[in-house]
Write a protein that binds this ligand. Structure first.
Ligand SMILES: *Cc1c(COP(=O)(O)O)cnc(C)c1O
Length: 414
């Protein structure tokens, strides 16, 4: 929960009181810190100093234009998974020449848009996709730059929903099929073989699986070189974890060190695709307690943020620290922190010891990644506002949605 600091009895982000943001901009509201985004990016840059490396921010983790723009200004590349994300990157001033396009279901339109934009590389995830990309590139009179996303079958030891590199995963091509597929790609006229990619999972704390994946990928690079297929880059994906509660999280340099040791002396450029570790702890969700309900067995704090704003607790049973914005000197009670959505799974935290009164503000920490990006309009709830703090200034980077906006694209029968 590094982004907010308690000073003079009130929680601040950089130079701004969270209570002031709530009054000015309302709740629920996502709050991002520009300084924290920059610091997370610089930690990668410092860890990779002296390497030929590009950090491609995984857009899906937080696709707000201002967040993308902060990273674009710092020289980041981007990892996208849809045509929509490509459009966002371009709108935010990102450099198409540093974009990698991942995902198992790229459509023809998405391929065309990415070819037109001139992206760095398509991370191809199946033989059918390879054929389609070759055909689309031919129609456009272009050669598509490609890497295969291989599945190194390394267990990242994380939540099964965010493990992506096992044999049972829908992602990537089987490791043992890689050589044959590269040969197939070499025979296709509208493709340009550039590299190889993998991404084994998310919220990884142990650096060993990433290093093991690097070893397996290098073995393929060398086997391909022996056949005259020379790769210019190795993309080792994202996945570095962050501290949500008391996880033992290594600094970026220490997490990456075993992987970099495996890569020492290699001439290929290294790409990384971090998402969560660049934004997760640079954001929080500000919410207000609407009602306190004292049930027979449990006490509930009903807040104005819900699973539609932050899905991770409902979806993965994920833990987010929940802290008072202006702490009270009173005896704490165990509360279920729940939203107004009509689902029993609509909770943000369970059994939290807090001293609360109705109207109090709470900060749901570590919400910068997979927070707003996964939000929905379930229960016809307008999506939250988003602000970015920069020193002592607060910029609205996402206006609160209105109810008419939610159903503006719908129509009734004549
Ligand atoms: C989700 C994803 C990432 C980012 O993962 P994090 O755990 O947020 O770092 C990177 N690459 C690919 C292909 C992904 O699907």
């Amino acid at each position: 929960m590094s982004v907010a600091e308690l000073r003079n009895g009130a929680l601040h982000v950089e130079g701004v009181k969270l209570a002031d943001i709530a009054v000015q901009h309302g709740t629920p509201c996502y709050v991002y810190s520009r300084a924290a985004l920059g610091a997370a990016f610089e930690a990668y840059r410092a860890a990779l100093a002296g390497c030929d490396a590009t950090v491609c921010f995984a857009v899906k983790s937080n696709s707000n234009l201002a967040v993308l723009n902060v990273f674009a200004r710092l020289g980041a590349g981007f990892d996208i998974v849809s045509g929509g994300e490509l459009a966002r990157v371009l709108a935010a001033g990102g450099d198409a020449a540093k974009v990698v396009f991942s995902g198992v279901g790229k459509t023809r339109d998405e391929m065309r848009a990415a070819l037109d934009a001139g992206i760095f590389c398509f991370n191809v995830e199946s033989a059918s996709e390879l054929e389609r990309l070759n055909a689309v590139a031919g129609e456009c009179g272009k050669r598509a730059p490609i890497a295969f996303r291989v599945n190194p079958n390394v267990d990242p030891k994380t939540h099964p929903y965010i493990s992506t590199g096992l044999k049972t995963s829908k992602f990537g091509i089987p490791y043992d099929d890689a050589l044959a597929l590269y040969r197939q790609a070499r025979a296709l006229p509208h493709l340009d073989i550039r590299g190889i990619a993998c991404h084994i999972g998310s919220q990884l704390l142990d650096p060993a699986p990433a290093a093991e994946a690097a070893e397996k990928v290098l073995a393929l690079v060398d086997a391909l070189a022996a056949e005259g297929i020379a790769l210019a880059h190795i993309d080792l994906g994202g996945g570095m974890g962050i501290r949500y509660s008391d996880e033992n999280v290594l600094p970026a340099a220490d997490y990456l060190a075993p992987m970099l040791k495996v890569l020492a002396g290699r001439r290929e450029r290294l790409l990384l695709e971090p998402g969560r570790s660049l934004v997760g702890n640079a954001g929080l969700l500000l919410t207000r307690v609407e009602f306190l309900k004292h049930g027979e067995e449990k006490n509930f704090a009903v807040v104005d943020a819900a699973m539609n704003d932050l899905a991770r607790p409902a979806l993965y049973d994920a833990w987010h620290d929940i802290v008072p914005v202006v702490p009270r000197a009173a005896v704490a009670t165990a509360y279920e922190i729940v939203g107004p959505v009509c689902e029993s799974g609509d909770f943000l935290g369970r059994g939290r010891q807090l001293a609360l009164q109705e109207g109090d503000l709470l900060a749901v920490m570590s919400a910068g990644a997979y927070g707003m990006a996964m939000s929905s309009n379930y229960n016809t709830r307008p999506r939250a506002a988003e602000v970015m703090v920069d020193a002592d200034r607060v910029h609205v980077v996402g206006r609160r949605e209105t109810v008419p906006e939610i159903f503006a694209r719908e129509s009734i029968l004549p």
